[in-house]
Design a protein around this ligand. Structure first.
Ligand code: PGA
Length: 256
């Protein structure tokens, strides 16, 4: 059985002071919800502070991005070793990074290989744009993002990877996918692509999350699906009741 997984992607929100305030309220409530792997992904500058606040809890900490090189002249970038000092997880290839910062399947792949090398649990994002969705290209796009992004990963590391299916048209729009649509992509496209890469057993072990306008009220619709193992949550991860509500739904729908 796959351990359910819920991560909060704070994006470019919360100063250190605001992060402290949010985490001090949220962490004790989240900590009680055992059985679900729970991860907070604040901005880089708040990682150190949040890391201290999470000590002794069962909650994980993740970065929202990293560079693939180990060190050197890459102004403004953060290396895998720097992330590893504070975090166990890293989000890679989020659609906002692909759209605004030029990330491609190739750079996502380099970062993923770096995560493997530095023993970080990667949350790799895939998903089609509204235009691709409208022209019925979802299967082709998501399959190719998965196959290219995860290329060259060892079968031993593969089960550590978490994949997040995030249709771009559902992110931050309040227009979530239906549970059935997400299930059809996650169970019908992503898991078969993972099986092609790593074999059926490893593919069964990999968690596949849904992301895009997940809230406490629609979360159960996703978590009741067999190939939706959790959620990558943006906007709702900044609100204590919403995020705690989503983790609560994961716990009850998955029976953990
Ligand atoms: P959202 O973002 O929950 O605000 O739609 C999800 C994400 O981008 O990871």
């Amino acid at each position: 059985m796959r351990t359910p997984f819920v991560a909060g992607n704070w994006k470019m929100n919360k100063t250190i002071a605001e992060a402290r305030e949010l985490v001090s309220t949220m962490a004790p409530q989240l900590n009680a919800l055992t059985g679900v792997e729970r991860v907070l992904c604040p901005p880089f500058v708040a990682l150190n502070e949040v890391s201290s606040l999470l000590k002794g809890t069962g909650l994980g900490l993740g970065a929202q991005n990293m560079h693939w090189e180990e060190k050197g002249a890459f102004t403004g970038e953060v290396s895998p070793a720097m992330v590893k000092e504070l975090c166990g997880y890293v989000i890679l290839g989020h659609s906002e990074r692909r759209a605004y910062f030029g990330e491609t399947d190739e750079t996502v792949n380099r970062k993923l290989l770096a995560a493997q090398k530095f023993d970080l649990t990667p949350i790799v994002c895939v998903g089609e744009t509204l235009e691709q969705y409208g022209s019925n290209r979802t299967r082709e796009v998501v399959s190719s993002q998965t196959l290219l992004g995860l290329k060259g990963i060892s079968p031993e590391f593969a089960p550590r990877i978490v994949v997040a299916y995030e249709p771009v048209w559902a992110i931050g729009t309040g227009k979530a996918s239906s549970g059935a649509n997400a299930q059809s992509v996650q169970g019908g496209v992503i898991r078969p692509a993972l099986a092609e890469l790593f074999g059926a057993d490893a593919a069964q072990a990999i968690r596949i999350l849904y992301g895009g306008s997940v809230t406490a009220s629609n979360a159960a619709e996703f978590f009741s699906q067999p190939d939706i193992d959790g959620a990558l949550v943006g906007g709702a991860s900044l609100k204590v009741d919403e995020f705690v509500g989503i983790v609560t739904q994961a716990k009850s729908e998955k029976g953990v």
